[in-house]
Design a protein around this ligand. Structure first.
Ligand SMILES: CC(C)(COP(=O)(O)OP(=O)(O)OC[C@H]1O[C@@H](n2cnc3c(N)ncnc32)[C@H](O)[C@@H]1OP(=O)(O)O)[C@@H](O)C(=O)NCCC(=O)NCCS
Length: 160
């Protein structure tokens, strides 16, 4: 269960400095400012999550499709991880996706990112395949992505 008093708001262009500070602290291969700007201009679902004191602890970006939602970025700032925020952010994303008519939530996750995979599996996502060389990796190499999917909305099965 996440801490009380948390809320989410839409990400706007003026948030990008703050958002990029978290992004670059968390990922060895962070999204660029341009990636975020493009997502906002495209009208993707982009939510920042704040604690009771109004401090940012995370954000998520998802691309709506035909009866589906594709999670592109889910990030919790390092000092706020492991407090249930990730799960709570997924809860809200599922609610918003279902309200948009999505029946399935998709995501990719690095094969090396076992912590995120564990969260997604516990949440009810199932692995449906891999994308070879999907992510940049060290020494100009590439890393495979695991593709995961979760039924949501009217056709969702109860989550464990
Ligand atoms: C992956 C990520 C989003 C998960 O967010 P999180 O807020 O840390 O996730 P949660 O707290 O909901 O769950 C993580 C752990 O905290 C535990 N937890 C949940 N509530 C807790 C609480 N109140 N007290 C202590 N632990 C708690 C969960 O059981 C889980 O335990 P485990 O990792 O040992 O199995 C976050 O770690 C992150 O931003 N990582 C870097 C970026 C990343 O990898 N993003 C995903 C890309 S696909």
């Amino acid at each position: 269960m996440a801490e009380g008093g948390v809320r989410s708001e839409p990400v706007v262009l003026a948030d990008l400095d703050m958002l990029l500070a978290i992004e670059t602290a968390v990922y060895p291969f962070p999204w660029s400012r341009g990636n975020f700007v493009d997502s906002l201009h495209a009208g993707y679902l982009a939510r920042k999550h704040l604690d009771a004191a109004g401090r940012w602890f995370g954000y998520c970006i998802a691309m709506p499709g035909v009866q589906e939602l594709h999670l592109l970025n889910l990030t919790v700032a390092p000092e706020h991880q492991h407090r249930g925020h990730g799960r709570a952010m997924l809860d809200e994303l599922v609610r918003r996706g279902a309200a948009l008519g999505a029946q399935r939530l998709w995501l990719e996750v690095r094969v090396s990112n076992e912590r995120a995979q564990a969260l997604y599996r516990r949440y009810g996502f199932r692995e449906v395949g891999q994308r070879r060389g999907y992510y940049p990796a060290g020494a100009a190499g590439r890393e495979n992505a695991i593709v995961m999917s979760l039924p949501i909305g009217a056709h969702a099965e109860p989550q464990p």
